[in-house]
Write a protein that binds this ligand. Structure first.
Ligand code: NAI
Ligand code: PHE
Length: 392
């Protein structure tokens, strides 16, 4: 069944926050219409009450037909930070669902480390056939929306956006975009810090499972040899790990093969025998279909929302596979960049904080063992403790 869309409305500046809120209409947003989300008109009815977040801002971009969804999950630890994901979703509900889950993931990501920022995420759901020539004007309109929102939300790159897009946003909304290009004074890509954090998390999991933090001799399969995946492969090789990768992008596969990395066909990746499986491509890949096929001892990678459903954490545990929660392993990029750009950290401090992902992973895995819960549950409890301890 086709998913009904909420209705864009230009009438009388009918702006509405989906939950709560008192912001005034702003006429400057010429081509972005405010949206009335009608109860009963879509799966929003089910998605929002179950979500523990604070606010969702929805806009329709007339010029492109894109939907902009900004999910503010929690301001408990500070103003929110979250990537901007730009891609085509099958339905509006899919885009909303992704924004809600990713925003919650950002809250957990910061809270588990006691990092003073809240979680949020922006999704720009562009229609199929979106033209690259529409990108800059769309980002300008999006940036004007960020400017209106004020200090509550700053963004960074995510799937479908890069540092160059952050430069474009920042030109219209100064101070609202992290991870800008180094050539314009930003801190550059978050990917190296993310990859280092995943590497440290992998070392900690290896220590718990195999008794040694070193990955020397431990076979690792990296799923998705993109910006994070390729750096992770390099770190693993320098630690003496035999590595292999899989990817669906022919060009990436050719480039990585040129670098003499062993390639595994995407279909064969889940059943590939290895010590560590490192998902660095997409979310939702740990599910009813894939978990029974895994032949690894540890799963740890950069992709957000790797578990398809919460129950998949139990399924991994039952199979004796140690899963490091994604929001623990992949926090390096967001923490380092936000620390450098918003909290005045030095490069050395940022590096230390990324390396501390190893210690936090150890803590999470030991807590899980001692309390007979999954690592996912352990990390959520630690995050929740930090949230509860913050002044309201
Ligand atoms: P990227 O877009 O550079 O790389 C992703 C790679 O995965 C691409 O080469 C793509 O072809 C490949 N891929 C897509 N679907 C696949 C499949 N079914 N099987 C195998 N390969 C597939 O992205 P990046 O920046 O490396 O990020 C990787 C993941 O980590 C993403 O899910 C992202 O959301 C997440 N992440 C990234 C952070 C960063 O700092 N870059 C921070 C936190 C999370
Ligand atoms: N894509 C990043 C993440 O999921 C978001 C981010 C990058 C936030 C850089 C701030 C700075 O963690």
């Amino acid at each position: 069944m086709k998913d009904p869309q909420p209705s864009p409305s230009g009438e009388g500046g009918a702006k509405r926050r989906v939950r709560g809120g008192h912001r005034q209409p702003d006429d400057r947003n010429d081509s972005i219409l405010r949206v009335i989300v009608r109860r009963g008109s879509s799966r929003i009815d089910r998605a929002l009450p179950e979500w523990g977040g604070e606010e969702v801002i929805v806009r329709y971009d007339c010029a492109t037909g894109a939907w902009i969804i900004i999910a503010i999950h929690s301001t408990r630890l500070g103003p929110t930070v979250g990537g901007t994901r730009l891609k085509s979703y099958r339905t509006f509900s899919d885009a909303l669902g992704d924004a809600l889950r990713l925003a919650e993931g950002m809250t957990n990501k910061f809270a588990v480390f006691g990092f003073p920022r809240g979680g949020a995420k922006a999704v720009i759901n562009v229609p199929q056939g979106f033209q690259e020539s529409q990108r800059v004007p769309l980002l300008h309109r999006y940036a004007r929306l960020l400017r209106q929102l004020g200090e509550i939300f700053t963004t960074g790159p995510d799937v479908g956006t890069s540092s160059v897009d952050m430069d474009i946003i920042d030109a219209v909304a100064p101070g609202r975009a992290h991870s800008r290009s180094r050539s314009v004074g930003g801190s550059g890509s978050s990917s190296p810090a993310t990859a280092l954090g995943v590497f440290k998390a992998m070392g900690a999991a290896s220590e718990i499972v195999f008794g040694s933090e070193s990955l020397e001799g431990r076979s690792v399969l990296v799923q998705g040899a993109g910006k994070v995946g390729e750096t992770l492969l390099d770190l693993l090789v320098s630690d003496g790990a035999p590595v292999a990768f899989t990817d669906i992008d022919r060009h990436r596969v050719a480039e990585l093969k040129k670098r003499r990395f062993a390639f595994v066909e995407p279909d064969e990746a889940y059943a590939y025998p290895c010590d560590v499986f490192a998902p660095c491509a997409l979310g939702g890949i740990l599910n009813r279909r894939t978990i029974p096929r895994l032949r690894c001892k540890i799963v740890v990678g950069a992709a957000n929302n790797q578990l398809h459903r919460p129950a998949d954490a139990d399924a991994l545990q039952k199979r004796g596979i140690v899963y490091v929660p994604d929001f623990v392993a992949n926090a390096g990029g967001a923490m380092a960049i936000t620390g450098l750009e918003a909290l005045g950290w030095s490069e050395a401090e940022a590096l230390d904080r990324v390396r501390s992902i190893g210690a936090v992973t150890r803590l999470v895995l030991l807590y899980a063992r001692e309390n007979a819960v999954t690592p996912e549950e352990a990390a959520r409890r630690i995050a929740q403790d930090h949230l509860s301890a913050a002044p309201p």
